[in-house]
Design a protein around this ligand. Structure first.
Ligand code: PHB
Length: 510
């Protein structure tokens, strides 16, 4: 539970905090914070950057497990994206999370003058368009919890993603009326409930043959483009058509392909405990490991299935599941006793990590490489014309004579090692076969560069990682024998993070 608290605070802080800030934010003793961060670092979920503890893309495997188990993003995201393109407005998908709503997809149009939410952000139901639709299905217990929360937190301090509620502007809370209206009309409106100017309209997407709401699709706009009134006349029909198509997709979806669960995790946690001793909190590692047992076709698992998938003893898996049920991260079905991950799993790092980019993913790995080989390391992409490369990330060394490249520098593609790697996708020649390029650059006398490709999830080359050095320092043979293995390891680390982050989000390449 303390480990989960640390992840929550890091998430709310945008992904980075110093240990002392974590100590203040969690109220935990410094020694506990240190043991938790050592455990998370061992799991690859955080890294230590100087003084700071920083969330890593690897942590997204938890949210990915939930989203894969849910299946809705895989089945519906493309339709949301198409609607956003057609309307040139943001479109989102949200699920209900107790008395809040949580986003599972965002097709965001970048605009000035409005807030945009991230996958995993939690909003108070009553300040959104999807909220009243979900509330049509609330039980008495849900309404009680909502009243209690409103009384205890009138300014929405418990929802760090939204600006605090302006109490004077909303003296009367008409959420119950809006819910009754949503029940009658099957759509709902947010007329600047979050902030001035922000308007949204929502329609529920139902599971086949049931009245149960799977998720809610919303179109989000700004009063400078559409009044609230306007949304319901101009945009509601198009949103409804999209939702009809989404419901057809759900009906016609093939049975899920059960993902292979991870294996041998229990062996790994035991070995880590052996090695790190007191600094490794095995119960934290085991608990988080349990979440990775879920996935596509593995949405509801029995205790025995979780134990088998993780390699944990039943009693251990049970303890983890009960703890996580208490934290609201899994629920247990009353009828068949299976466990299912909840939307709250997305609160473990997903919102800040879903807004990363390839250069940001690459930076720490390039820095590790530069420190290891004592040469500068870079990431580059092809410009749209395909004639040039542009450097997008760089880790320099302290050497006096290091290559004169900064982020943003452009060079002719053909004349550079990164360029040759980036062009090897389209012009198959030696470079594609050997998997690297080594070039004595014509651009700068004495400069030698070595580059390898970075592939996306579909196998396309999207960037090149490279090391640049003075030719006098390494012969060609030394480059291949000594630098290439380290560069390849770096490329694999960047690809692993990229593939994790890109599972359910768009990761910008620049
Ligand atoms: C959003 O997708 O950003 C969004 C959706 C519904 C709202 C507000 C914002 O009510």
């Amino acid at each position: 539970m303390r480990g989960v608290a640390v992840l929550h605070r890091l998430t709310e802080a945008g992904g980075t905090l110093s240990p002392s800030a974590l100590e203040r934010a969690t109220g935990l003793a410094r020694s506990t914070v240190d043991r938790v961060t050592a455990t998370l670092a061992r799991m690859g979920y955080v890294r230590l950057d100087g003084r700071d503890v920083v969330l890593t893309p690897r942590l997204m495997e938890l949210g990915n497990a939930y989203l894969a188990a849910l299946r809705l993003p895989a089945l519906l995201n493309a339709r949301a994206d198409a609607l956003a393109d057609e309307l040139d407005e943001s479109v989102s998908l949200a699920v209900g999370d107790r008395d809040g709503i949580r986003f599972i997809h965002q097709a965001t149009r970048r605009r000035a003058m409005s807030l945009s939410f991230r996958i995993g952000d939690l909003l108070p139901a009553e300040r959104t368009a999807p909220g009243p639709l979900f509330a049509t299905q609330w039980t008495d217990g849900d309404w009680r919890r909502w009243h209690e929360r409103r009384a205890a937190d009138p300014e929405d301090r418990g929802f760090p993603a939204v600006p605090p509620r302006n109490l004077s502007a909303q003296a009367v809370d008409d959420f119950e009326q809006r819910t009754a209206q949503a029940a009658r009309e099957d759509w709902s409106l947010d007329d600047q409930l979050i902030e001035p100017g922000l308007v949204a309209i929502s329609v529920p997407v139902r599971y086949p043959d049931t009245a149960r709401i799977a998720c809610v699709a919303s179109v989000v706009s700004h009063t400078s483009r559409h009044s609230a009134e306007d949304l319901s006349t101009a945009l509601l029909p198009r949103l409804r058509e999209t939702v009809t198509a989404m419901e057809r997709d759900l009906r016609e979806a093939p049975a899920p392909q059960p993902a292979t669960p991870p294996s041998d995790l229990a062996t790994w946690t035991a070995a880590s405990k052996q090695e790190l001793g007191r600094d490794f909190i095995e119960s934290l590692a085991r608990g988080l490991t349990v979440l990775t047992a879920f996935g596509e076709g593995r949405a509801a698992l029995t205790l025995a299935e979780v134990a088998k998938a993780t390699g944990l003893a039943r009693a251990t898996a049970r303890r983890a599941l009960i703890t996580y049920e208490h934290l609201g991260l899994v629920t247990q079905s009353a009828t068949n006793r299976t466990f299912t991950p909840t939307p709250r799993v997305l609160s473990l790092g997903f919102p800040p990590l879903s807004r990363t980019s390839l250069p940001r993913i690459a930076q720490p790995h390039l820095e590790d490489l530069a420190a290891e080989v004592n040469e500068s390391a870079s990431l580059a992409v092809l410009t749209p014309s395909g004639e040039e490369i542009q450097y997008t990330a760089r880790a320099a060394t302290a050497r006096i004579m290091s290559a004169n490249i900064t982020v943003g520098t452009r060079q002719p593609a053909r004349a550079t090692a990164p360029g040759q790697v980036l062009l090897s996708d389209t012009t198959p020649e030696a470079v594609a076969a050997q998997g690297y390029a080594l070039v004595d650059e014509e651009l700068e006398q004495g400069l030698r560069s070595l580059a390898v490709p970075i592939h996306d999830r579909t196998g396309h080359v999207v960037a090149a990682a490279s090391v640049a050095m003075h030719a006098a320092r390494h012969t060609h043979e030394q480059c291949v024998a000594e630098l290439l293995p380290a560069l390849r390891t770096t490329a694999t680390r960047i690809e692993t993070d990229l593939h994790m982050a890109a599972h359910f989000t768009q990761v910008p390449l620049t």
